[in-house]
Ligand binder design. Structure first.
Ligand code: IVH
Length: 665
């Protein structure tokens, strides 16, 4: 037999055995048979590298190490879910659903505690896998994902689409990994989720391969590719295509059934071989999902019930005060270190004076601590029975612990504030904010360096950062030639950031990331922003009165004008260089139109068609309803076309669509 044909046979068999073992959990051959064939293939590929395909089963063992992960924009954003913490939240969700679309069926799924990933398939081949990142842009971790055996490299059908799911580390792999780490004297991972995250961020995919990760797929981002009309059908189709989905899912009719499902898994979660942190409830019918739509952050048709957080008892040793960028004084509880939900906790924010008094928190108390949303430590309550007789109620200081200026409580605010504009703690916090990721994003300029630069009188305000030279940096602690070079480079690079970053970095009260973007885009230059009036600003949808006022006050301050000028002299970019929404907003013919693609397209793929439509502002949905504005019907279109005809929805054939594209492009 010629070698090519042998390679094909090996591919087929290995893919099949891999699928039986890792997806179906039902191997038909002993492991030794798999290993034998795999080694044969590795041998052939090493002698004849030209025969090694991108989806060869040998890629599972990992390949060349990479130097970085490329950042890639998601075709459609990876959203998150809104949370429910109790029965009331769930009943409210159910009410909202029924108010919107009437009686529905729900799909209950386990909420896998891992990392969301998005897998892209083109013509049935796995081509790219991304992390969620910030939801808009993720990192390309394709090579690491290929080492997860449950991810099919080729599908049983040549379709092109994106499928999303949760990569996770099974408990057994986690225990073994930590065992090995401890034997080597390394720090063990806090929990399987962190271990999974760490593994997927290995630049060397051989290391990722050794970590034994697994995956459950739970959604597709474009229903036009499949025939499914519901979440349950979509999952069944994913099964058919060779993916691994979670078998514990269940369709139910009422919210009481949902509660029963939650009860069951609350008591049985420990019997699973992987961690879950809650239950996800989804409206089953795609038609209903589309009717309900999305908020900015999450679908309205789904909710995540989170299991109650673990609570532990520890002592509160002290209350530390810190001054924020705007002068707000925040008290922090210093705790005797205690293990909770996978990590050691030794500090917890107490937020403000009112909270300390409401919960009557005193130094020396035994307190109950949990992690809110399983991330942020919180002091839940004091155990009064264990309080010592001499514990005194806590009193906030009257003067700023940093500059000694008197603290004030502004009417209507719970916060205590230092209003000294020259307060050192505030200035340092302002500098940290200026260089932070969403602001000027100056890599390497961390807290320690900023504090040193400030104390060495090298920077007093944000503009001074741009005057720094390598020789200023070298005398700092733990600063070498290379680090100094990199820092200067990062500062230089930040000068060309688009205007919204600078605007956000200035730390203007009430001005967040979103409004910075809106203002920079609308006014284009700092010069125009410095002349804008309050009346003009409040007209803008995303700008409220408070922001309008604080913005104009800020810009009319002479010191600020000098500061901006100082930056401008150092060639800090003062213009908007990002994309204009008018460019992304779409074409008037498609903007906000709901379009359904059906039937077989011959001159483009469905994904291309749907991407083009989305780029031009349309919403592409899968079922024809009264709110559908246009149906594009390819060859052999079926029931969707008939439905459009009965509803009188405008219908185009592929050529009509191509003509329109040509007209616009
Ligand atoms: S559906 C629009 N289903 O939970 C988001 N998510 O808080 C659709 N997760 O980012 C997500 N198990 O990482 C969905 N069965 C499941 C899930 C699940 C775990 C994670 C996922 C998501 C987060 C939402």
């Amino acid at each position: 037999m010629d070698l090519k044909a042998r390679v094909r046979v090996l591919h087929e068999r290995l893919h099949q055995y891999n699928y039986e073992y890792h997806v179906l959990d039902n191997p038909s051959v002993p492991d030794s048979e798999y290993d034998k064939l795999l080694h044969e293939l590795i041998e052939i590929e090493s002698q004849h590298p030209e025969l090694k395909a991108a989806d060869s089963p040998t890629v599972r063992v990992g390949g060349e190490a990479q130097s970085t992960f490329e950042k890639v924009r998601h075709d459609t954003p990876m959203l998150s879910l809104s949370n429910a913490f109790n029965e009331t939240d769930l009943r409210r969700f159910d009410q909202r659903v029924r108010d919107a679309v009437g009686e529905v069926e729900y799909m209950c799924e386990l909420k896998i505690d891992g990392l969301a990933v998005s897998l892209k398939y083109v013509d049935g081949r796995f081509v790219q896998g991304l992390t969620r990142g910030d939801g808009t842009t993720g990192e390309d971790i394709t090579e690491n994902l290929k080492t997860i055996h449950a991810i099919p490299l080729t599908l049983k059908e040549p379709i092109s689409f994106e499928v999303r799911g949760e990569a996770y580390m099974p408990r057994q792999s986690f225990l073994r990994l930590n065992d090995e780490k401890e034997k080597k004297g390394e720090q063990p991972f806090a929990n399987p989720r962190n271990a999974a995250a760490g593994s997927l961020r290995q630049l060397d995919s051989k290391l990722a391969a050794a970590r034994k990760l697994d995956i459950f797929l739970y959604s597709i981002n474009d229903f036009t590719e499949l025939d499914a009309t519901s979440q349950s059908e979509a999952l069944a189709e994913l099964d058919q295509l060779g993916f691994k989905t979670n078998p514990e899912r269940m369709n139910v009719k009422t919210i009481d059934d949902v509660l029963a499902y939650i009860d069951k898994w609350t008591s049985e979660r420990d019997t699973l071989s992987y961690d879950i942190d809650g239950i996800v409830i989804k409206v089953n019918a795609i038609e209903h999902q589309e009717e309900m739509g999305f908020t900015q952050k999450s679908p309205r048709w789904a909710i995540a019930y989170k299991f109650p957080a673990e609570e532990v008892v520890t002592t509160l040793e002290d209350i530390e005060l810190s001054i924020g960028r705007t002068g707000v004084v925040t008290p922090t509880a210093i705790l005797t270190p205690v293990h909770v939900a996978g990590t050691t906790v030794s500090r917890a924010s107490l937020h403000n004076e009112d909270l300390i008094h409401e919960r009557d928190i005193r130094i020396g108390d035994h307190v109950v601590v949990k992690k809110a949303g399983d991330i942020i430590p919180e002091v839940v309550k004091v155990i009064l029975d264990r309080r010592s007789d001499d514990a005194q109620p806590y009193r906030m200081p009257t003067h700023c612990p940093s500059c000694g200026h008197e603290l004030v409580r502004i009417e209507g605010e719970v916060a205590l504030r230092c209003i000294n504009p020259k307060c050192q703690a505030q200035l340092i916090e302002g500098l940290k904010h200026f260089v932070s990721r969403q602001a000027m994003n100056i890599d390497g300029l961390g807290t320690k360096i900023i504090e040193q630069l400030y104390h060495h009188h090298l920077i007093k305000d944000v503009a001074d950062i741009f005057y720094l030279e390598k020789n200023d940096l070298l005398p700092l602690e733990r600063m070498g030639e290379k680090k100094a070079d990199n820092l200067i480079k990062a500062i230089e690079k930040s000068k060309s950031q688009s205007l919204e970053h600078l605007l956000f970095g200035l730390g203007i009260r009430h001005l967040g990331v979103k409004a910075s973007q809106v203002l920079a885009e609308k006014y284009d230059t700092m010069e125009r922003l410095m002349q804008v009036t309050e009346a003009e600003l409040v007209e803008i949808y995303d700008v409220g009165e408070k922001l309008a006022q604080s913005f104009v006050t800020y810009m009319s301050n002479e010191d600020i004008q000098k500061l901006i000028q100082k930056m401008s002299q150092h060639h800090v970019n003062m213009t908007y260089t990002g994309q204009k929404s008018s460019q992304i907003d779409g074409h008037p013919d498609f903007k906000n139109k709901t379009v359904v693609l059906t039937g077989k397209l011959e001159q483009m793929t469905r994904t291309e068609a749907s991407q083009w439509l989305k780029n031009h502002g349309a919403k592409v949905t899968s079922s024809v309803t009264k709110s559908t504005d246009l149906v594009i019907a390819g060859k052999d279109a079926g029931s969707k076309l008939t439905k459009a005809e009965t509803l009188g929805t405008p219908i185009w054939n592929e050529q009509d669509f191509i003509d329109k594209q040509n007209e616009i492009n």
